[in-house]
Design a protein around this ligand. Sequence first.
Ligand code: NAD
Length: 317
Amino acid sequence: MTDLVRVGLVGAGIIAETHLAVLAEQDRVSLEFTVDPRPGRQPTFRGDPAPHYADLADALRAHRPDLVVLATPTDTHADLAVEALAGSTARVLVEKPLVHDLASLARLRGLDEALDVRGRLFTAHHFAFSPEVDWAAALMADHPEWGPVTTVTSAFYDPYVLKDAEAFAAYGSSWMDSGVNQLSMLTRFVDFTELTSARQGDGGASAWCTARYRSRGESGTARLRSSWLTGSSSKESSLVFGRSGVEVWIDHTALTGFAARGGDLLAAFGTDGRTPRKIAHYRPLYASLLSDRPDPVLGFDAAAGITEIHHAVPGAG
Ligand SMILES: NC(=O)c1ccc[n+]([C@@H]2O[C@H](COP(=O)([O-])OP(=O)(O)OC[C@H]3O[C@@H](n4cnc5c(N)ncnc54)[C@H](O)[C@@H]3O)[C@@H](O)[C@H]2O)c1
């Protein structure tokens, strides 16, 4: 990326606040424009508003951004990504999930030659950058003698039952929202090969899926639970290294983790509690995106692989 980064932000809802807070920390970033059709949604950046539009096309006619960030409802991502890629020379960061169906993925793939989709389109797989995930991935790399990860269990709960129809409109379903977070976060540890079973319940507010993966030359199964039927957020994952009896627990809500074998604590991780969870995800994500070599988990091929496994769920598109 160039030294100075002119950002256009599209969609000024909940997660946009985190994007703007992290971008504001970087001196070389300026906010070139914001877009949101809903009245009263003009955000500020370092205390001031930027030129604001109701429509991305109008913004792209008036500005030449280096980075366009799409933080809009999931089913708008594909169309807006094509519009941003075709209407500018910018890199485009799309909120996760990249697309809401496989047809949209095929459309983006088909535009690679014309619009350099692989070189310019990135997906904000932010859970892969969470500090407890980083810690556990480094721990695993330091301990090849633990052997392969033989079982993964991940449970993601969000209190979206309280949002009701609004949650379905913004996030699609529990699997659409959390399944991508679980799969992209777990790519730090294992290589997914296929979805082996999928059950969605509670009208799409809950899911139970299993996926096969490879780890250190062996095959294993991940169990993925997600649900919106709760009053509070809670997200945890466990990695079992069955050959050595080691288990790693990571708590994505508390940003903590520990490794144990039987009754012995092998390692533990916590933070100083000063950094809010979403900032802790997006700060390293942006550091990587704005570097010369963005982490492959942000890239189009990673998003395409995750999307294909994710959408193997019957009825998920
Ligand atoms: N909320 C979170 O914690 C969170 C975390 C990570 C990722 N995400 C993802 O971010 C996306 C947005 O989620 P959110 O929670 O911020 O939703 P939100 O409903 O709070 O905000 C979306 C905003 O986009 C605007 N919008 C809709 N269509 C638009 C268009 N065509 N052009 C410009 N703006 C448009 C809406 O008016 C709204 O202000 C979703 O894909 C979600 O999966 C959300």
